[in-house]
Design a protein around this ligand. Sequence first.
Ligand SMILES: [Zn+2]
Ligand SMILES: [Zn+2]
Length: 157
Amino acid sequence: MRSIHSLAKQLQKDFPQFEFDQSETFAWSPSTATIHWQSNEADSAAFLLHEVSHALLGHAEYRRDIELIKHERDAWSYAIDQLASHYNTVITDELVQSTLDTYRDWLHSRSTCPHCETTGLQIKKHLYQCLACSQEWKVNEARLCALRRYPIKKIHR
Ligand SMILES: [Zn+2]
Ligand SMILES: [Zn+2]
């Protein structure tokens, strides 16, 4: 398997319209057309191709949390269908599912009514409302791809 550094170098050559920036995390920044990547994960190459997929698919603003999850799913599909074999990278279904699970857990916890625990409806970008008890609650901005697998483990690192 090729090193993450040589992969990033090759991608920078193949996609000069994007900036590839080695940093602390994996993220796609649409405003600066920058793909941030890091080399500390066993699956770094897979995540890097995932970020490139966000970039190539033109993912930017989302209005509802559910759209964010769709972006995540689409970016993995694109990475697997269009990029993985070309860049000699294995993207396992297990990796994709565990990553998507993280998003699903996140969506579940933020859409649960703090008052009665019924699942609420997102009525604005940062606002949910409970259909059972009418309680409204605010949610924070979720940065695209800021969420990673094992969020709890990360805190202890
Ligand atoms: Zn409620
Ligand atoms: Zn993503």
